[in-house]
Write a protein that binds this ligand. Sequence first.
Ligand code: ZN
Length: 406
Amino acid sequence: MLQTQDKILAFLEKAKSFMADSELGIDGVVFSYNDLSLHESLGTTSHHPRYKMSFKWQGQTAQAKIERFKWLTSRFGSVTPVAVIEPVHLSGAQITNVTLHNASFVKLFNLKAGDTIEIIRSGEVIPKFLRVIRELDGCYEFPKECPSCQSPLIYDDVRLLCQNTESCPAQQLRVILNWIASAEIDDLSAKRLQEMLTLELVRHMADLYRLSVEDLLKLPLTKEKMATKLFNNIQKSKTLPLVSFLTGLGINGMGKASWELLLEKFVTLDALYTAKLTDIVAVPGFAEKTAQQIINGLADKKSDIAKLFEVGVQPSPFRKSLISASAPLRGQTFVITGALSRSREEIQKEIENAGGKVVGAVSAKITALVTEDPNSSSSKAKKARDLGIPFWSENQLANKLKGLSS
Ligand SMILES: [Zn+2]
């Protein structure tokens, strides 16, 4: 199709923004005639066929020698490499840093200090690695320790990871954001929190409660009205439900629903702290691995909790669910499996409304396996049979819900 000059220019602009957003280094485009008969008739020059024309953005690539690597821990714990290069000028700016996406990049291209690489920059975008021009002998190296917290790193074939999610300063943003979400502090966005961390107004979630209106006025674009609003929102979150308090601590593997389930039995923070592994495992839905995680997690969070108490954070006691003592399935636990006449969610809701719970795994603690296929050979059915757990059909469940014996 014949294109006008305007269309070609518009396309180049589009290509430019595409390459700016792309993970790949792209430094130009190739135009070609679609009409194959023209391919023949146009012939070739000494370099290239005339039906094709390449277009490169001028002055947008440069060669540079790598001086060293900087490794930075992201807020999710991945440690990403930045090549520090001998300064070069590119598209009107002096470039000294080139981001390399992830550790596998360094391995793939065997990048080392002293190697010469080609880099590209388009528009206002940070420069990107394009290819290796000259390579020194030797082998790339990964850092052994997290640059933020010095704990050992693991490599998952793509990224280097810091597993110290609890106290790695670089990961603190995410930890505090989890608290903010759980304590439902309005108007405190990730951007604002980042600004607080940068200004060193906050290092720990407890520090939020020490902020004055004056402190908050130091945040960019924050005027009196917003600062006061933020201050009030933060202070208001000092009293929060115990479930939110625990969820906000960010213990591995424990979301709000799991804490709710656990608090049905333990009710207070003290009770949780004195619970032994066997006590937690006795609660339906908690396997030994999770129970151990909870015990370890709570032990790790002791100092966080102390800091929160110190600034006046007060979790309110857990209120047991308001399901009456006469609810027909109160205290009973079920596993649902196989094809049923209604959606699993619908049946689960019915069980929960009657005071029961639905869990994923069959254990000796469950009341019954809800299934329409009493001869099922699924692993859940087999296990239930081995443990002597009764099988309930939908009909039987319906009768129990009505309070009938079977
Ligand atoms: Zn770390």
